[in-house]
Each structure stands twice: as C-alpha cells, then as structure tokens.
Design a binder for this molecule. Structure first.
Ligand code: SF4
Ligand code: SF4
Length: 440
C-alpha cells in the first residue's frame, strides 16, 4: 500500500534551540470537556467551587474518554459552552485563577507493581496522545499485549515550525527513556524503535545516550520526508509493515506512541501530577518573539501570544498545529488544548494562498501521496457528485496530510476538496444503507 513517498518541506525549526519557558498564570482558564478522541468528559465541579492544580474537574465520559484536571488554583466561575475549532459545540469549565498555583492535596505517586496497576493509574492521569492526535493513552495501552511485539516511538515531528517534541527529546530524554522502560516492563514488549527524522541530530544523539542502558531500544534515524510522523507511514518506514484499510497498528503487532506522551507517562507515575500543562511552540512570521512555552491547559491563545511579545504585524492566519495539518483558530479566546503542540501566526505574505489554475494532468499528486490515492480523480468525482467513484477511489483513507496540495504545480487545493469529499462519501454511503434497509 505504501512506498517511500511524501514531500520535502522547508523545516523552519526556528525554535529548536529555545529551551521551553514557563508562562505566568493566565487571567482566565477555559477548559473544554472534549480534548480527546471519544466521549466528552463530564464536569464534576460547579460555579463557586474552589479548585487546586491537579484537582479533578471532569470524569471520564464513558468508554473512549479521558478525565480532566484543573491546571490552576482558583474558583470555578461557570460551566459554559464554546464552539470549538472543529465547529462542534462543547462544554467548558471556566476558572478564575488566584495566582497561587496551590497543588491539590491528594496528589501522590500511584502504587504501580504490575500491568493492571499501571493501566489503572494511567486511566486517572488525563494523558492523551500529545503529538496532536488526542487519543486517550490508557485505551491505546489496554490492548491485548500478546499481539504486540514492538513499540514505535514517534519522534519524527515532521511538520515545519513545531519543536515541542524536539525539546522533549533533548531536555527530557531521561523521562522518555524511563517511560519506555515502564512500557516495556508492564506491557511485556521487548523491542522499541524510536523514529526521529535525520534533521534532528541533537535529538538522535540525546535519545541514544539516554536509552543506551536499556536493552531492546533502537534509536532510528529516518529521512526528513513529510509526513514521516503519520502513524501508517512511520510503521512502514520503521518496520516495513503495512497497516491495511480498516486496520489499526495493533493489528500489525505495533503500538505507536508519541515521545512527549512517553515522557509525560513517566512523570505522572513518579509524581502523581496528572496532565495539566504542556509545551507549545509559538512561531510564525507574525509572532514577535517565537519560543517554546510551558502553558497551563486552557490558557486563551491570546494570552499565550502576548507572552511571546504579541504580534509584530497584522496576523492573517493563526493555526493550532503545523502549517500542513493545523486547524485555523477563528477566535483568540480559544483555549490551548491537551493535544496542541503549536500555535502559529502568519502575516499576509505567508497566509495568502496561491491562485489555483487548471489541472495539467501531471500526476504529481498521485506520485507523492503516501497512500497512493489519486487526488486529481477524487477532486473530479467530488465535483460531479459521484459517490460511487469516491468510494472506489478510497477517499476515506486520506489522512489529510496535504502533500498533494503542496506538490501540485497548478496550486489546486486538493486536501480541502478531499475533506469535503469524505463528508460527501459518508452521506452517499448512509443514503445507500438506508435504501437497502427500505428494500428489505
Ligand atoms: S492529503 Fe490525502 S490524498 Fe493528499 S497526499 Fe495526503 S493522503 Fe494523499
Ligand atoms: S498535481 Fe495538480 S496539476 Fe498535477 S495532476 Fe494533480 S491536480 Fe492535476
């Protein structure tokens, strides 16, 4: 299914040497109940309640979900709703910080001596995939371990600008190594591959040094070829295994986990402090002082940008995440989420999309798609409203990496069309299923 494909991007890792700095306590904290894939968490606090750092404010919403903890000490002002960057309406807990950052008294390291206790502890950690996916970590690690032979650690950080994982691998390499030792022990897996793009020699050296004493861990230098950090791409490029349609990495004997997530697991098991803050890269041509910042979860984007010197010119585009797969921030009051690894702001020049022209049938979009899809044909089928062709062209597999749009000489906005085509395909399939039901 795969081949060594993708695109070479300008790395723009301007903040790679910026050791993360901790920002002060924000004036207001807005914590959404949906910062993970799956069911939203359920608030367990109400307006007027006093909270401390690490105190539970929302419980697991059932099944695929994750609990949420206060990132500040202060007073709950209200339970509110916001429209998230995805367009969905979500419940939030709004907290007025008192500036004290008093720690919740019940924080203590969990007792972990076996797999069950390890997973049980993690289910209370609030940790989700910190590389951007937001998948509840405890669910991922609760898989049938008899099927797993390898853990692949995602240290690719292939999107331009973002360097928060880079800093983890340099500043917190021992925590990553320690977290890996825990995963190997409690999941009974004896092989780990840490995949890092070869544009980060400092990370490769740092991770090699930190893991040298643990048998079974290999730090692998990978080509700097976007989207190296895509789960399917990484598994193929590290193990040569293909995750087929409808399969998960687990079906290929693999758990894929982000390097910062691993470090956070180690810190939680050692201290008992759940996930309440994270490192965010703030960069882009409109940011006055790009840097890596340790941010309380729920900090409004504007306060984070002000901590980085504010805007040096009128921003035309603000993104949560990288320039290839990031989501536009429509409103600067939006909060930083657990899975946000970057806030990028761009000036007019960088934000203005090039003018689209007609497709010249060069085939470059197909050539560079890591999944061998045919974006130009998908685009044509979508425009015709041809659901059957969209199904045949497997647009549902598109991981929205943006390689096709990037490489297209006609500057066609293929990834945007793919997103719309995926929605159109779902509607087509739902309609078909209903018709079949009606014919029975
Ligand atoms: S966005 Fe989709 S179609 Fe385009 S290159 Fe990526 S996976 Fe392929
Ligand atoms: S890369 Fe652009 S111009 Fe070339 S075939 Fe694909 S859509 Fe057409």
């Amino acid at each position: 299914m795969f081949r060594l494909s993708g695109v070479r991007l300008r790395h723009c890792k301007n903040t790679a040497d910026c050791v993360p700095v901790r920002m002060g306590v924000p004036k207001k904290i807005v914590i959404p109940m949906s910062m993970h894939i799956g069911a939203p968490a359920r608030p367990v606090v109400k307006a007027g309640d006093a909270v401390k750092v690490g105190q539970p404010i929302a419980e697991n919403g059932g099944g695929l979900s994750s609990p949420i903890y206060s990132s500040v000490s202060g007073t709950v002002k209200k339970i509110d709703e916001i429209i998230a960057v995805t367009g969905a309406k979500i419940t939030t807990v709004v907290i007025e910080p008192d500036g004290e950052q008093a720690v919740y008294e019940e924080i203590k390291p969990p007792v972990v001596t076996n797999r069950e206790e390890f997973l049980s502890a993690l289910s209370n950690s609030g940790i989700v995939g910190l590389g951007g996916a937001g998948f509840p970590t405890t669910v991922k690690l609760s898989a049938d371990v008899s099927k797993i032979d390898t853990i692949v650690v995602n240290g690719a950080e292939c999107e331009p600008y973002i360097t928060s994982d880079t800093r983890t691998m340099i500043d917190d390499a021992d925590a990553v190594a320690d977290g890996l030792a825990m995963l190997m022990k409690y999941l009974e897996v004896d092989r780990v591959i840490v995949g890092i793009e070869n544009n980060k020699p400092q990370c490769i050296a740092s991770m090699k040094k930190a893991t040298a004493h643990i048998q079974g861990i290999e730090v692998r230098s990978l080509p700097s070829l976007y989207p190296q950090g895509g789960e399917k791409v990484l598994v193929y490029h590290t193990l040569g295994r293909t995750i087929k349609e409808g399969q998960l990495p687990l079906d290929c004997g693999v758990i894929v986990i982000n390097c910062t997530t691993v470090a956070t697991i180690s810190k939680y098991i050692k201290t008992g402090m759940p996930l309440v803050e994270r490192c965010v890269t703030v960069d882009g041509s409109a940011i006055a002082e790009p840097k890596n910042v340790i941010v309380p979860i729920g900090t409004p984007v504007l306060e984070l940008i002000e901590f980085c010197g504010g805007f040096k010119c009128q921003p035309r585009k603000i993104l949560m995440g990288g320039p290839m797969m990031g989501i536009s921030v429509p409103d600067l009051t939006m909060p930083v989420l657990k899975q946000n690894n970057a806030i990028l702001a761009f000036d007019r020049k960088d934000a203005t999309p090039p003018k689209e022209t007609a497709c010249i049938k060069c085939g470059k979009c197909m050539e560079r798609c890591p999944l061998k899809l045919s974006p130009c044909d998908i685009s044509a089928a979508y425009k015709k409203g041809d659901g059957a062709s969209l199904e045949k062209l497997k647009v549902n597999l598109c991981m929205e990496c943006g390689c096709c749009s990037f490489i297209c000489p006609a500057k066609r906005n293929l990834v945007q069309t793919n997103k719309l085509a995926k929605v159109a395909l779902r509607e087509y399939q739902t309609k078909n299923a209903r018709q079949k039901e009606g014919n029975k």
